[in-house]
Design a binder for this molecule. Structure first.
Ligand code: UDP
Length: 236
């Protein structure tokens, strides 16, 4: 039984890489798509914000001397490529998905139009938001917070490589434990890196809870949508 009617799923580019070091891992994307398809078929309205870090990350080339804004536009273009790959994976799985882009590339994808996105969701289609916020100096986490707020999602589900938020980096500290729940204020005061600060502040201000869960754990998305104790819930 689903706990939510409308959710915003944030998939990072890295999440699509699976075990690979670059690009899109076919098995990973197909497994994720199959889970999303089941959730969508159960009647939950699902929008996806897709990252681009598997293809291009703006900050590193920026630091290496490239103009930051230019690098960021490249990063946003990378998310469009991921969105198209994801849309095609949905098509193969028999799920109707629409891509809407924050940057106008009309020959390739339709532009972001909020009422249209909402209509697609009401029709049971999966909506994939590409090109982040359309602005450099932002991230797709911020796009997830923004689009989630705009479409009236009840939760942002952030699929990552780690199965939640830990007291410390579990890869470095074997004593680190996972939070089942944590408030926005506690996460801020403890300096826990849930999302970047802009995204996090937007979710907090809009009272939009975030659930962080592992993309590599089969069934995790189902349990997150069911409101079960999967990963970590960041709440008011
Ligand atoms: N980006 C941007 N504005 C946005 C969203 C993304 O400039 O609103 C750029 C930025 O360079 C970022 C890249 O696109 O590094 C890929 O996005 P992100 O790092 O959020 O992807 P993820 O880590 O989720 O794969």
């Amino acid at each position: 039984m689903a706990a939510y009617k409308r959710v915003l799923l944030k998939l990072s580019g890295e999440a699509l890489m699976g075990e690979d070091s670059y690009g899109i891992n076919r098995q990973t994307i197909e497994r994720m798509v199959a889970e999303v398809a089941e959730v969508s078929a159960s009647g939950v309205e699902l929008a996806v914000v897709i990252g681009g870090g598997n293809i291009f990350r703006g900050i590193a080339p920026g630091a290496a001397g490239m103009d930051r804004a230019t690098a960021d536009y490249m990063g946003m273009m990378a998310t469009v490529m991921n969105a198209l790959a994801l849309q095609d994976a949905f098509r193969r799985a028999g799920v109707e998905a629409r891509v809407q882009s924050a940057l106008n590339i009309e020959q390739v994808v339709e532009p972001y139009i909020r009422p249209k996105a909402i209509r697609y969701l009401e029709e049971g289609k999966v909506v994939i938001f590409a090109a982040g916020t359309g602005n450099p100096f932002f991230t797709t986490d911020t796009a997830a917070a923004l689009r989630g707020s705009e479409i009236g999602a009840e939760v942002v589900l952030k699929a990552t490589k780690v199965d939640g938020i830990y007291t410390a980096d579990p890869n470095k500290d074997p004593t680190a434990t996972r939070y089942e729940k944590i408030s926005f204020n506690e996460a801020i005061s403890k300096n826990l890196e849930v999302m970047d600060a802009t995204a996090f502040a937007l979710c907090r201000d809009q009272k939009l809870p975030i659930r962080v869960f592992s993309i590599n754990k089969p069934g995790a998305l189902h349990r997150a949508v069911a409101g079960e104790n999967e990963g970590t819930l960041v709440h008011m």
